[in-house]
Ligand binder design. Sequence first.
Ligand code: GRF
Length: 215
Amino acid sequence: MKVGVLASWRGSNFKAIMDHIRLGVLRGVEVPVLIYSDENAPVREIAEKYGMEARYVRHRGVPRAVREEEMAEVLKSHGVEVVALAGYDYILSGGFISRFRLVLNIHPSLLPFAGGKGMYGLRVHQEVFRAGVKVTGPTVHVVDDSVDGGPIVDQWPVYIGDVYALPLPPEEKVQIIADRVLIFEHRLYSRVLQAVADGRLELVEEVVKVPRVYE
Ligand code: GRF
């Protein structure tokens, strides 16, 4: 299964996917191309280390239709069927999404909590912290043209109840939550991609679309 990864900046989720493929933990998945949206993005160096194709598609100041056309051409020319957003900071149009078998995204909270407002990065974890919830964790969901609103495929609960009592300033506690969740983001994305590659993910029409992952 050919997966195209879209990233905007750091690229730790992209790196985890590449490591899992290289180590044989994630099987039947190939990433023929990475697309990144910021020319200074550190994710480019990760792709370079892997000796793989990384394409910069300028986003700033470029109309969505134009940059999406460029991305679709790059992805199609590499035979990509599944698109994985990994820290990609832009909303995709329904037209772009419908050109692929599946588009997935990873979000660093248990959606729908702390989702839907275009929040990303530490802001998500700040919202979690402020709410005082004891369990958070990443979500992988199908991308539609809503913000964080597509069907939830899988989630990984992460206990953070211990963090609140640490004798640290709030910003450091939020950072601990973010770092802890990130470890499980990396595991979750590969777990979902493995299910898709194995043909264990199906979108079932019920009252709403409910993704089912079969063991
Ligand atoms: C992750 O927390 C992901 O959930 C969110 O953006 C962040 C990207 O991190 N969508 P990285 O670039 O994969 O390191």
